[in-house]
Design a protein around this ligand. Structure first.
Ligand SMILES: [Zn+2]
Ligand SMILES: [Zn+2]
Length: 176
């Protein structure tokens, strides 16, 4: 327990702000008092938005911190993911493509257009999924040139085959 220097209330240590410059690792004020103080400063226009330089520094710092604190990062990510299931799913998609292709080359607009087009094989508009024409596993890129809309049924039967093989097997190639 510790007494907050501001509100003078005795509180457990975990309710005090972290301050790694201090030996105890904890600041003199409780979390509530500090957040109130910061809020007042913001409301009074005393807080300037951070400069680009400062933001860059923060990004670097966050990266380093995340590297050194993988476990903590995972925990906080899990909490965030629990609150934001949809964003989490999108993030997973992006990360998967980013790892394999080092770049996520499709704009949200292109993605949207793709989602609203009809199946490239049977023309159905039901359960459209986005498919890589050349599979990522075979070196295809996650870019608009390598993406097509497929209905769930056609997508299932395509699997990881090349579209040309798939079309041949299904007699879908243009004659002549
Ligand atoms: Zn306090
Ligand atoms: Zn189809």
């Amino acid at each position: 327990m510790k007494v907050c220097s501001k509100c003078r209330i005795e509180k457990p240590l975990n309710q005090f702000i972290n301050d790694y410059r201090l030996k105890s690792g904890k600041g003199a004020k409780c979390v509530l008092c500090v957040s109130e103080y910061n809020k007042a400063r913001r409301l009074n226009g005393l807080v300037k938005p951070p400069s680009e330089e400062r933001r860059q520094y923060q990004r670097e710092y966050d990266k380093k911190w995340a590297k050194a604190n993988r476990h903590k990062k995972r925990e906080s990510f899990k909490k965030w993911a629990g609150r934001n299931p949809v964003k989490r799913k999108l993030g997973n998609m992006n990360r998967r493509f980013t790892i394999k292709n080092d770049r996520f080359e499709i704009t949200p607009k292109e993605m949207k257009a793709l989602r609203h087009s009809s199946c490239a094989v049977c023309g159905s508009k039901e359960q459209i999924e986005i498919d890589h024409i050349i599979p990522l596993a075979k070196g295809g890129r996650h870019s608009i040139g390598n993406l097509q809309a497929l209905c769930a049924k056609c997508n299932r039967s395509k699997g990881a085959k090349f579209l040309i093989v798939f079309r041949k097997e299904n007699n879908l190639l243009a004659k002549g």
